[in-house]
Design a protein around this ligand. Structure first.
Ligand SMILES: *Cc1c(COP(=O)(O)O)cnc(C)c1O
Length: 429
């Protein structure tokens, strides 16, 4: 059983962890810590693994990736994907603005999320997004009104809750009954019928998204069959669906998980759609984690080694505000010493941050040969790492760098302390 994920773009050379051609020790010295480090090659290869399945041998396209940017929304990352031809899945007006600032095009944006505000609908309609993925009749009604007030037709898709169990963490499963997401399977047809009477809504698609960190293909096949059945029923009722958006959720290996490879996963779903006679549909994928998760790590410095009665603590300068996943989901991230120090004895540590919370841990029971002042890399931190980070304990958020071959680009400066309270004001005297 391997405790480490399979990585692309990060590896050990001469006893030192590297990001592409650059040692992580060099990055830590140059940019300080904590710092998120991304590999452009890993990002590009993951995207191209989807593209291999999305483009037929004759060059025609059978599907397109819409990167679910909530996984990592740094402009440089969005720009890498935009240049490769990616579309985007957004969940807020803020994400819309980021895509446009990063050079993405509005006609390749789908707008997901259960709680779109009027202001967000207006921004997305004016930008001309490809599609709104809607999740309730009140949302549909509001969009019809907002679009009407602008004299614009909104292209829409209904998010189906297919009621399948993705066998993942309860917090990251979204396609089961009792979940806040999507329209209940049995209500989908009636919802489309309601939509078809709305003058400022144009039905173009159907979508689903069953959860996250899914490591098996069978829940996808179940969801797919249920959605294809709905498409046939809608067709018989005179409602034509042009695109099928099968969401994201493909898992990555954090340790010993064995999710299907991206190309195999995408090919299996696309082949199934064609075999069932739906090859005419335009297909959309909305991957987040599988594009960026293993393309990034969090680099940190050891402040202290603190022996305890029952546990030894390795106190580092990164914390739960930088990487929330362990505290929030008890998520496992492999943690490695940047420099292999064979002379130091191996000790079992809990890796913790300086924040005043017992939940502030990054890894438990890890054997490491380390000394204070050295650097650790918290692996598989490219997805839901920086984007979920906060300023708790008035800690500036980490710097972010992207490595491209032998070059390191600063893609987000470390936040200064002054900037953290620049928008605050004391009461008048
Ligand atoms: C979060 C989300 C995704 C991406 O999920 P991953 O697990 O990161 O692939 C895709 N679609 C929707 C609607 C989402 O909410």
């Amino acid at each position: 059983m391997s405790l480490f994920p399979k990585l692309n773009g990060f590896f050990i050379r001469h006893d030192l962890w590297h990001a592409e051609e650059v040692s992580l020790a060099t990055i830590a010295e140059q940019f300080g810590t904590p710092t998120y480090v991304y590999s452009k090659k890993a990002l590009t290869d993951a995207f191209n693994a989807y593209e291999t399945a999305c483009i037929r041998t004759d060059g025609s396209r059978r599907a397109r990736v819409h990167y679910a940017m909530k996984a990592n929304s740094n402009l440089a990352i969005l720009n890498v994907f935009a240049k490769l031809g990616s579309g985007f899945d957004i969940v807020s007006a803020g994400e819309l603005a980021r895509v446009l600032a990063a050079g993405g095009s509005a006609d390749k944006i789908v707008f997901s999320g259960v709680g779109k505000s009027k202001v967000e609908m207006i921004a997305a309609l004016q930008a001309g997004v490809k599609c709104f993925n809607l999740e309730s009749i009140p949302e549909l009604t509001r969009l019809n009104e907002v679009a009407g007030s602008l004299g614009i037709k909104a292209r829409i898709s209904i998010r189906v809750n297919p009621d399948v169990d993705p066998k993942t963490h309860p917090y990251i499963s979204t396609g089961l009954k009792g979940n806040k997401f999507g329209i209940a399977y049995d209500d989908v047809i009636a919802t489309y019928q309601a939509a078809s009477t709305m003058p400022f809504c144009e039905i173009v698609g159907i979508d689903c998204h069953i959860g996250s960190q899914i490591t098996e293909i069978s829940p996808y096949m179940d969801a797919l069959d249920r959605v294809l059945h709905l498409i046939s029923t809608l067709d018989a009722a005179g409602i034509k669906i042009r695109h099928l958006d099968i969401g994201g959720g493909l898992g990555i290996s954090y340790t010993n998980e064995t999710p299907p490879a991206i190309t195999e996963f995408a090919n299996t779903l696309l082949d199934h759609i064609e075999e069932k006679g739906f090859g005419h549909l335009e297909v959309l994928f909305e991957p987040g984690r599988s594009l960026v998760g293993n393309a990034g790590l969090l680099l940190t410095t050891i402040e202290y080694l603190k022996p305890g009665e029952t546990k030894n603590f390795c106190i580092v300068d990164a914390a739960m505000n930088d990487l929330m996943r362990p505290a929030m989901y008890e998520a496992y991230h492999a943690i490695v010493a940047v420099k292999n120090k064979s002379s130091v004895p191996e000790v079992m540590y809990d890796i913790v941050g300086p924040i005043c919370e017992s939940g502030d841990w990054l890894g438990r029971d890890r054997s490491l040969k380390v000394e204070p002042g050295e650097h650790l890399a918290i692996l598989s931190a490219g997805a839901y790492g920086f984007t979920m980070s906060s300023n708790y304990n008035t800690r500036g958020r980490a710097a972010e760098v992207m490595v491209d071959g032998s070059k390191v680009h600063l893609i987000r400066e470390r936040e200064t302390i002054q900037s953290l309270f620049a928008n605050e004001k004391v009461l008048p005297a």
